[in-house]
Design a protein around this ligand. Structure first.
Ligand code: AHG
Ligand code: MN
Ligand code: MN
Ligand code: MN
Length: 332
């Protein structure tokens, strides 16, 4: 039996990646291997998360990251796991991570790729058994192979991504990714230790009835965002906010909806990080027919100037993002 893509039901992630590579006869397979490395680290992190309450890995690590956030133990563990897998894989010359002050050189100077990663997203939800995630972006280096990746390699705009994805450790664990030719989702079967294709060719609804924003900071929202939130209420939309970007994004991607992390008078650039969070999800949502902006500009066209830079995010069903932008425009 074949699914909508003509692939046999029961397609594993490995087989799917292999099939895709066959479409590109001149490809060397390094990107495919990189995706497999990420999947391997995801399985390991998934195992740690599942047993978090039994192992001594919940709670704070006792240090702050460069963003000024208190790191959780699992933030640190996930960071180590992904870096180790990418270093061992050999395809990546440089990694940038939410949890690291500076770029990490893997020593694989012939590696063609740069990876930007949020190793554990939604870390405030670890200790309370709520969905968390991992987010990654893959770029091709622009410098010559044979030496470390440069800052210019790391600071590429989102339009240069050759791949992006996320893992959601939720009621089931899923890996969702794109290499610029649609979005596919894989569900993890822990009994077999394999991801299986479960959500082929994900397309997000044009519009929806879910809005996701931390309304606790309403008083500090720009006027246009306040008005859009009021519009959502007037139209009896459902408010859904987990506080794990991956979880909120994944739900809205499948059901239709909008996620907003706006600039506020307290945090003028918002909270989310362009390189580790916004770009990857922007690539995925666009590939699924959605939209991602900072309120006026396309996320993927923003030119980064620093590794840990933040930006406001309006992401989801295209008609909903357009509507929110209308309110923002009317404000000025
Ligand atoms: P991280 O755990 O990687 O630091 O990311 C946390 C982010 C994101 O997952 C979530 O949507 C957002 O922070 C929640 O922020 P607020 O608590 O300010 O709403
Ligand atoms: Mn964090
Ligand atoms: Mn995050
Ligand atoms: Mn994180």
């Amino acid at each position: 039996m074949n699914d909508k893509l003509g692939l046999p039901v029961g397609t594993t992630l490995d087989r799917f990646i292999m099939r895709k590579q066959e479409d590109f006869p001149f490809a060397t397979g390094e990107l495919s291997q990189l995706l497999r490395d990420i999947a391997l680290a995801a399985k390991i992190v998934n195992r740690e998360i599942n047993r978090a309450g039994l192992l001594d890995v919940t709670g704070a690590y006792g240090q702050q990251n460069v963003q000024g956030e208190d790191q959780q133990k699992l933030d640190v563990i996930a960071n180590i796991r992904f870096i180790r897998a990418l270093r061992n894989g050999g395809e990546v010359c440089t990694i940038i991570s939410e949890e690291e002050d500076d770029a990490i050189q893997t020593g694989n100077t012939r590696g063609k790729y740069i990876v930007a990663i949020d190793p554990l997203d939604g870390s405030s939800n670890i200790d309370v058994n709520v969905s968390i995630g991992t987010i990654f972006s893959i770029y091709r280096r622009t410098s010559e192979q044979g030496c470390d990746g440069t800052m210019a390699d790391c600071l590429q705009p989102g339009v240069n991504q050759v791949g992006a994805g996320y893992i959601i450790y939720g009621s089931s664990t899923m890996l969702v990714y794109t290499t610029g030719n649609g979005v596919n989702g894989f569900t993890y079967d822990p009994t077999l230790g394999e991801f299986f294709l479960s959500h082929p060719n994900i397309c997000t609804p044009k519009t929806g009835k879910i809005y996701s924003i931390n309304e606790g900071t309403y008083n500090f929202f720009p006027e246009g965002v306040k008005q859009y939130v009021q519009y959502c209420k007037d139209n009896e939309y459902s408010a859904r906010y987990i506080g794990s970007l991956v979880g909120d994004f994944h739900r809205n991607l499948l059901k239709g909806g909008i996620y907003i992390y706006p600039s506020t008078s307290k945090v003028p650039k918002g909270k989310l990080r362009l390189m580790y969070e916004c770009n990857a999800l922007a690539f995925i949502v666009e590939q699924a027919g959605g939209k991602a902006t900072n309120g006026s500009e396309r996320i993927m066209e923003l030119v980064p100037t620093e590794l840990h830079q933040r930006c406001p995010l309006f992401i989801g069903s295209p008609e909903m993002v357009d509507k929110a932008e209308e309110f923002l425009k009317a404000e000025v």
